[in-house]
Design a protein around this ligand. Structure first.
Ligand SMILES: Cc1ncc(COP(=O)(O)O)c(C=O)c1O
Length: 416
């Protein structure tokens, strides 16, 4: 199976807010999912109803007990969906804040040795390891990613890891190249030489694109940003292992052991995670009711691959990006690691102009520049900028066709 059948696609799309309309701009095609995926209608409703509740958690009254139950259910739902068999989930200000906090505590706990990561990583991780390795008296080592594939392998980690590696970081998927990494294989490569290393994974770009299996990864931390996984803005979510939760961290004196949450939590935000899990479970059950999460992950991947293949190689009589003279695709045309994202540039047209012209045609993409966010990818390629087109499983082949038609007009105009 590649594309979702059209009746299922209609059902999928009906569950999301703003699927073809922006409340400000009006009708538009949404290919800016890496900046924030569409929000489930159920998440909008849940957020609204919880926003009206004044009660706090942990009180001896019915309303308060309900809030605690909602949070416990959300954590249990997330554990089911991500196959987390131990450890705990907790909420923070954002994905960035959680990566900083977990990496800080891991480095301060380790106190010596090496912090190993890669140049593929988002600056949230690279900045946190740079800062906290220095403060903790550790050495930061960054493995260069492969420029041609926009990817990093377990072999590259294996060649770089040393027995003194006490903290290691892995990006599950790059938000600039769109390539996913093999977290289980990288983690195994690290543990082969540094078995007790604390391994922290940035899953923020991966989370919407098909499956998280925490038990299979043998890691100590996994961070997501729920607004990039069909929930909403305003919070981040982390999972940490039993080992990680026990290390020294900011907490209230005499408070509950192993509590990592800072102050009163947003129950409504937690409740939206159950909405996300319900949705993925519903989607998967339409394919395989016995194993819905795996089925959903497989189907999402297949659908997104069909869309990115169409974007790269064309659909109907429309040429794909790979057929347009002057276009360079980051990571190449047929990259097996691609997760729903295509970044490219045109030799004769500034990327900013292409993003503007696509916007004028009602197609929302994003400009990535050689700056503190994307310079790690674009700098080594000698690119000052690129256009990022990011999809999710609710995007359709006809949206890709509209994008390719707009690109055809834009590139013909440039060469006329
Ligand atoms: C891989 C990755 N890491 C970290 C971040 C930062 O996430 P946030 O802005 O939600 O803190 C992003 C944001 O897109 C990302 O894609």
């Amino acid at each position: 199976m590649t594309h979702f059948a059209s009746h299922l696609m209609d059902q999928i799309r009906s569950r999301f807010a703003g699927v073809d309309t922006c409340p400000v701009q009006g009708e538009r095609i949404f290919f800016e999912n890496a900046g924030g995926a569409l929000t489930l209608n159920s998440v909008v409703e849940t957020s609204k109803s919880f926003a009206a509740i004044p009660d706090n958690q942990g009180r001896a009254n019915t309303g308060s007990r309900h809030l605690n139950a909602v949070i416990a259910k959300a954590k249990a739902d997330m554990a089911r969906m991500t196959n987390a068999k131990s450890g705990q989930f907790f909420m923070g200000e954002s994905g960035t804040e959680l990566l900083f906090r977990i990496i800080m505590n891991a480095c301060l706990h380790a106190g010596s040795g090496t912090v190993l990561g890669s140049t593929l990583e988002h600056p949230a991780t690279r900045s946190a390891t740079a800062r906290w390795s220095k403060i903790a008296g550790m050495t930061q080592k960054l493995i260069p990613h492969d420029n041609a594939t926009g990817h990093i392998t377990a072999e590259a980690y294996s060649a770089a890891v040393t027995p003194d590696t006490r903290v290691a970081t892995i990006v599950h998927t790059s938000p600039v190249t769109g390539m996913g990494t093999d977290v289980a294989a990288i983690s195994a490569a690290i543990r082969a030489k540094a078995p007790d290393c604390l391994i922290i994974v940035d899953g923020i770009q991966h989370a919407a694109h098909g499956g998280i299996d925490i038990a299979a990864y043998d890691i100590d931390g996994y961070v997501i940003s729920p607004y990039k996984m069909f929930s909403r803005h305003g919070f981040g979510l982390a999972w940490i292992s039993d080992r990680m939760q026990a290390i020294d961290h900011d907490a209230l004196i005499d408070g509950p052991a192993n509590a990592w949450e800072m102050g009163t939590r947003d129950t409504g935000a937690y409740a939206t995670l159950s909405d996300v899990v319900d949705y993925i479970e519903w989607l998967g059950a339409t394919i395989d009711p016995d194993d819905p999460f795996r089925a959903a992950a497989t189907a999402i991947k297949a659908h997104e691959k069909a869309l990115t293949d169409a974007m790269i190689h064309g659909t109907g009589n429309l040429p794909g990006l790979n057929d347009v003279p002057g276009i360079t695709l980051i990571g190449g045309a047929d990259n097996p690691h691609r997760e729903g994202l295509v970044s490219f540039r045109h030799a004769a047209l500034p990327s900013a102009d292409i993003v503007d012209q696509l916007n004028a045609s009602g197609i929302r993409t994003h400009l990535r520049k050689d700056d503190h966010y994307s310079g790690n990818i674009l700098g080594p390629l000698g690119m000052d900028a690129c256009i990022r087109v990011s999809l999710c499983h609710y995007n359709t082949n006809s949206e890709v066709a509209a994008f390719l038609a707009a690109m055809k007009t834009i590139s013909e105009r440039a060469t006329a």
